[in-house]
Design a protein around this ligand. Structure first.
Ligand SMILES: Cc1ncc(C[n+]2csc(CCOP(=O)(O)OP(=O)(O)O)c2C)c(N)n1
Ligand SMILES: [Mg+2]
Length: 572
């Protein structure tokens, strides 16, 4: 067994079962090892930003790190924007970055670079495996680093000539730090004081059970609840406690937080503005407002909330869950609110929402409050192009759930290749694309930063309409074909049917969005499927139902046709 095989064994033994990859020459041993070792699903991404964003989505929905396979410094750098987002979301991942053979480095060949230097700012753990004996141990260390709570970014650099030895050691799963009794008592004291108080939640506190405890506390005491503006994963919908987010727009956030004397931090930080703006404060909370740390990100958020719940006598209080009617679908002009209402009305049960809807999505959160139970994933690092990869990774983590990508057009163009991976892997992702043909949000930012009256050249930098992107054609070329051009009419809640209906598509009305076109898996010489499972030599193919959809919706303020494609493609 060579070292690459040992490393794959180490990863699988350490609970890393998926590798998102974009390999090159220096990673060929690793690629070859995937054929010879069971248990690792390997997923090709056609750009490293897809690879790293998918690892983020996978972690958020499985609470387990995936591996990424990246090609030297440039491969890593291409993936860094979404590593940054994953880092901010506290997602764990194990990056494996190939490097030149150690004896080749002295020649300064074209792909040579300081990979450790490039990795360090966005990695909690970085190591170049120096020799044969180190690789398996280093692999185990990388996994242990990534599996800490909260998750961490581990980057292991593998020179191509490392002649790896056999052996591996699974990393034990990390446990959160127990809550501090003093911090719980301090928070209880603040809550009893009756002074204006906010409990600010993020991270795992936003899972269903954490929200239930927080809701009881908020019902029993005069505290308010809020989540940070962006959160890795919020469990929402009917039967769960609903929580508002701190608004992105500074003036709105200042209004929401005005008058507060205390903020109890549950895995969160004191709220600050996303950007600085002239004549606006960076801190969003009043000067005389005091922060109290109930939990740090590494602490057990749920246990702390439960203890606090008991400390304030709210143990028997029923959790104030949302149990109203589903919202009615939107109608009339296509606005953010109308789209949000339709999404809220028809979101499938237990869906996973990958939200990169940007400006169009500003009105989505409120009307989806009483939707069917779902998980909502937001961008926490502000680096756009995370949505399609995130949806891809989430779908691989949750094969039995519908993943809905709410996607702005400008952001989609960074990582649109992810649709190809979704198609290839047969993932159940519906992408709802909001094609407003602009970097719309930046128009507002241009005004907010006081950059003066924009002229033609400045406005051209924010315009995506010339040429118009053919989303349907683009999606089709990436394996998501089957266009139709229905129109959103005043009373048609057409959009969400895209992911509800199974009937054949017709050209002028919304209907089918899912197909059951079958594809073959890609068995290897050794009879191992691309998902890492073994297949018998006489039956080397497996049918996957392909359930991928792309919907292009128009600008919220216009009533122009929306388009929907149904995913369908033949066997590869
Ligand atoms: C990696 C990266 N590059 C550039 C930006 C700056 N940026 C922020 S929003 C935005 C445009 C977003 O446009 P779109 O996704 O179409 O959203 P819209 O506001 O139109 O809904 C850009 C370029 C960024 N945040 N991240
Ligand atoms: Mg746009």
């Amino acid at each position: 067994m060579n070292g690459a095989e040992s490393l794959v064994h180490t990863l699988v033994g350490g609970g890393v079962e998926v590798c998102f990859a974009n390999p090159g020459t220096s990673e060929m041993h690793f690629v070859a090892a995937l054929d010879r070792v069971d248990g690792m699903r390997c997923v090709l991404g056609l750009f490293e930003g897809v690879v790293t964003g998918a690892a983020d989505g996978y972690y958020r929905m499985s609470d387990k790190p995936a591996a990424t396979l990246l090609h030297l410094g440039p491969g890593l750098v291409n993936g860094l924007a979404n590593i940054h987002n994953a880092n901010r979301a506290m997602s764990g991942m194990v990056n494996i970055v190939g490097d030149h053979a150690t004896y080749h480095r002295q020649y300064d060949a074209p792909l040579a670079s300081d990979i450790e230097g490039l990795a360090r700012p966005n990695s909690h753990w970085v190591k170049t495996s120096p020799d044969a004996r180190g690789i398996v141990g280093d692999g185990a260390l990388a996994i242990a680093a990534a599996r800490q709570l909260p998750g961490k970014i581990a980057t292991l650099i593998l020179p191509a000539d490392t002649a790896w030895n056999e052996g591996s050691g699974p990393a034990p799963p990390a446990r959160p730090t127990p809550p501090s009794a003093d911090a719980v008592e301090e928070a209880a004291r603040v809550l009893r004081s009756g002074e204006p108080t906010l409990m600010l939640l993020t991270g795992r506190a936003l899972r269903e059970d954490g929200l239930a405890f927080a809701g009881k506390i908020a019902d029993k005491t005069p505290t308010r609840l809020a989540a940070e503006g962006f959160n890795a994963r919020t469990q929402r919908g009917r039967g769960r406690v609903s929580i508002e987010r701190i608004p992105y727009v500074v003036d709105q956030a200042l209004r929401v937080l005005a008058g507060l004397k205390h903020i109890i931090l549950v895995g969160s930080k004191m709220p600050v503005a996303f950007f600085a703006y002239p004549d606006k404060p960076s801190k969003l909370y009043p000067d005389d407002c005091q922060g109290h740390v109930l939990t740090r990100p590494e602490d057990d958020q749920i246990a702390a909330l439960e203890m606090l719940c008991d400390a304030v006598g709210a143990g028997q209080t029923p959790a104030p869950v949302v149990n109203g009617e589903r919202p009615l679908p939107g109608s009339g002009a296509i606005t953010s609110g109308a789209l949000g209402a339709s999404i809220g009305a028809l979101l499938p049960e237990n869906a996973v929402v990958a939200d990169e809807a940007m400006t169009t999505g500003r009105g989505f959160f409120v009307p989806t409050k009483a939707a069917a139970p779902h998980d909502w994933l937001s961008n926490m690092g502000g680096s756009i192009g995370f949505g399609p990869p995130l949806a891809t990774g989430a779908a691989i983590a949750c094969p039995d759930r519908k993943v809905v990508g709410l996607q702005a057009d400008g952001s989609a163009m960074y990582t649109v290749q992810a649709l190809w991976t979704q198609a290839r892997e047969g993932l159940d992702v519906t992408t709802v694309l909001f094609s407003n043909r602009a970097y719309h949000i930046l128009k507002g930012e241009l005004a907010s930063v006081g950059a003066g009256n924009p002229g033609r050249k400045a406005l051209d930098m924010l315009d995506l309409g010339d040429p118009d992107i053919d989303w349907v054609g683009l999606a089709k070329s990436l394996g998501v074909p089957g266009p139709a051009s229905p129109t959103w009419t005043a009373s048609t809640a057409a959009l969400p049917r895209a992911w509800r209906r199974r009937a054949p598509i017709s050209s002028r009305s919304f209907s089918r969005s899912r197909s059951t076109v079958r594809r073959k898996s890609r068995p290897t010489e050794a009879g191992v499927r691309s998902n890492g499972t073994q297949c018998s030599s006489n039956r080397r193919t497996e049918n996957h139902s392909f359930r991928n959809t792309l919907t292009a919706a128009s600008h919220p303020t216009e009533s122009i046709p929306m388009q929907i494609t149904r995913g369908s493609f033949g066997a590869i």
